[in-house]
Design a protein around this ligand. Structure first.
Ligand code: ATP
Ligand code: MG
Length: 446
């Protein structure tokens, strides 16, 4: 490159800075979309509160070791997907190994142990938040995604497994989704360590007999994570994995009793499920009950929610041994599913839109709007000068139920014209600005 080229480039970039974009796989949620998120979050919170679950918020960044120990070294998440990095060194030259959380269960458990929250009683918790996994971005899969999750810590019985499943089922139902039509609940029991080890031995022996059929991923997992081989989506392996030894056949009495306990409650409550003996979930910490809500409406990203029991995790992370169960629900996938089946979020609209023909009376108008907001009315005005016609257009587009017209003559008399923008709103009339609180109620019914 010549000096002349350099100069022109420098001049060019001085004129027009490069447009920076969001990081691949990390999406903006713009206002129209964000309104749907708020709608969904509100619906979810309303259900969570009815079950007495309390909100918890933990940091996005944790020690890498938390996830390595919590999720498991040979899981896809830790092996391939985690955003882990070395922090800047402190004054002693020591740098911490940190990671963006790929899920939140490990963080919630860490927080509960750190703050001695599990000492005297169990805890029922929920969270919302972004998670990070370096996966191939596609529909229903991004690198920053969001989960709503619940964790019930310190409860051993199948009743609490059933409770979190009932909670999840109610959530889907209250969102307008229909079991069997829009989603299916899949259920399995992973038993306890000794049972899984006995099954694992039998499974490895079986897979070794069919080594020629295993694809590359499965070869790699044969000894490190053979259960995950059963989860393969490779069609040429289906027949072979279908005939593999089933974990359910290796379960002892206590595990079967737990599983049957969960089933009895779901049956009594009329919550349908399909037992999927190959459901293993991708994280290491699960035992006994595991479950997923799956849909066939979202292609291969069909799991909207997954969870299960993880009785060993609290102790593994340094706490006093205590049982636990929970699930994580993918917010993006929930929204995609709701859209796919035509359940649309009710977009929030304004009660009223203020039309101000002249900026003369603005202070008086702003004070009147404050009084209305104080009485619970949502109202916006058009900033800057523009014609009545264009302000009326804005008022219509805002979806507001009423236009409040602050004409100069009316303002001088302390009055405002209230005009219904929808037919069912009644007649236009004049109201007194100084007693806005008295007629606010009619706007609220918009
Ligand atoms: P998948 O098999 O689809 O990769 P997973 O087993 O890795 O899912 P979990 O770790 O159980 O998923 O997370 C719970 C939920 O979070 C999933 O059911 C899904 O709805 C959502 N989820 C997981 N990873 C992503 C992602 N990369 N983008 C969007 N949502 C995700
Ligand atoms: Mg995954």
């Amino acid at each position: 490159m010549t000096a002349v080229d350099l100069k022109t480039n420098a001049q060019k970039s001085a004129q027009k800075p490069e447009v920076l974009r969001a990081v691949k796989g990390m999406n903006d949620i713009l206002p129209a979309e964000a309104a749907r998120w708020e709608w969904l979050e509100d619906k979810m919170r309303s259900v969570l509160q009815r079950y007495g679950y309390a909100n918890v918020r933990t940091p996005i960044v944790e020690q890498t070791a938390l996830f390595v120990r919590g999720i498991g070294e040979v899981t896809d998440i830790v092996e391939k997907e985690m955003y882990a990095f070395e922090d800047r060194a402190d004054k002693h030259g020591q740098a911490e190994h940190l990671a963006l959380r790929p899920e939140m269960t490990a963080g919630v458990v860490r927080a509960m142990i750190e703050h001695s929250y599990l000492r005297d009683s169990g805890r029922r918790l929920y969270y919302f938040g972004p998670m990070f996994r370096r996966e191939k971005p596609q529909k229903g899969r991004s690198r920053q995604f969001h989960q709503m999750g619940v964790e019930a810590l310190g409860f051993a019985g199948p009743d609490v497994d059933a409770e979190v499943i009932l909670l999840g089922s109610r959530l889907l139902r209250e969102l307008g989704l229909i079991a069997g039509e829009h989603f299916t609940l899949e259920l399995n029991c992973l038993g306890e360590t000794a049972e899984r080890l006995a099954h694992r031995e039998a499974l490895i022996a079986y897979l070794e007999q069919h080594k020629d059929l295993l694809d590359e991923d499965s070869q790699r997992r044969l000894y490190s994570n053979p259960l995950r081989v059963l989860d393969t989506k490779n069609p040429t392996m289906q027949e072979m994995v279908n005939a593999a030894p089933k974990l359910l056949d290796f379960l002892g009495e206590a595990s079967m009793a737990h599983f049957n306990g969960v089933r009895a409650i779901l049956d009594a409550a009329g919550v349908g499920y399909r037992i999927n003996p190959r459901l293993v979930r991708g994280l290491d910490y699960y035992n006994l009950t595991v479950f997923e809500w799956v849909t066939d409406k979202l292609g291969s990203q069909g799991t909207v929610c997954g969870g299960g029991r993880y009785d060993g995790l609290i102790e593994q992370l340094g706490g006093k041994a205590a049982p636990a169960v929970g699930f994580g629900m993918g917010m993006e996938r929930m929204l995609l599913l709701l859209e796919e089946v035509g359940v649309l979020a009710a977009a929030p609209t304004l009660h009223a839109y203020a039309i101000v023909p002249s900026s003369q009376g603005l202070p008086q108008v702003m004070v009147a709007l404050e009084a209305l907001r104080g009485a619970g009315v949502s109202v916006q005005f058009h900033p800057g000068q523009s014609s009545m016609k264009s302000q009326f257009k804005k008022a219509d587009a805002s979806g507001a139920g009423y236009a409040l017209i602050f004409g100069e003559d009316e303002l001088a008399q302390g009055l405002v014209a209230v005009k219904p923008l929808r037919r069912e709103g009644g007649e236009q009339g004049m109201r007194s600005i100084s007693c806005a609180a008295d007629w606010a109620a009619e706007l609220l019914n918009a």
